[in-house]
Write a protein that binds this ligand. Structure first.
Ligand code: ZN
Length: 212
């Protein structure tokens, strides 16, 4: 959603409804990342317009302060960054609020940082760009971490989604799926195109070309 038209968010998001599964909402606090985006108020305002799963990615230094607000505003799942610490407490808090639990790691954060929490989360978000701004290029080196995470998750018989976020387009989507990602976040590859719905369909097709 980061690359959608913020002046007309609800319509902009609804345009791609038929070719998307989740709505990924990037929340930036101006501290964990330099950029500022939106807060729970905008999530609440969008909620009546969409029945999609609201996947809120909290790029925030202190997400614990706001989890209850996001739950109340209609978030289905929240993802916090492992880099901000207090991970065990944040997971408990999300679980208690009835949120689906996600944990994110930046491109330079090793897999060992998230590994201890794998059996307590529903989604592992491995950033394929440094968070903060849309429109960046995909960091291919992260695919080693995706492959490793996929192997560990399957070996342990866990059901944890592997999400990639940043630089996903029709060229990189199949690479990420081949490495083991099953949730792909796309922003500018959809909303910066003249026909977002067509772009979303092309992306879905590109992603399904791998692992047939
Ligand atoms: Zn995100």
């Amino acid at each position: 959603m980061l690359s959608a038209d913020f002046g007309d968010l609800a319509s902009s998001v609804l345009v791609v409804n038929d070719e998307t599964d989740w709505l990924h909402v990037d929340i930036m606090d101006g501290h964990f990342v330099p950029n500022l985006t939106i807060g729970p108020g905008v999530v609440a305002a969008l909620r009546p317009h969409s029945e999609k799963f609201f996947d809120c990615h909290l790029m925030m230094t202190d997400p614990g302060k706001y989890l209850a607000d996001f739950a109340k505003s209609g978030a289905d799942g929240c993802t916090v960054h492992v880099e901000v610490g207090h991970t065990a407490d944040l997971i408990t808090q999300m679980r208690d609020l009835g949120l689906r639990v996600g944990l994110a790691a930046n491109p330079d954060t090793p897999f060992s940082a998230v590994e201890p929490f794998l059996d307590r989360i529903d989604l592992l978000l491995l950033m394929t760009v440094f968070p903060g701004f849309g429109g960046q290029s995909f960091i291919g080196d992260v695919m080693d971490k995706v492959r490793h995470a996929h192997r560990v998750i399957s070996d342990r018989g866990l059901s944890v989604d592997i999400e990639v976020d940043g630089g996903i387009d029709t060229a990189t989507a199949p690479i990420a799926v081949d490495a083991g990602a099953n949730v792909l976040v796309a922003g500018s590859a959809i909303f910066a195109r003249p026909e977002p719905l067509v772009a979303a369909r092309a992306l879905r097709e590109a992603a399904s070309l791998s692992r047939a």
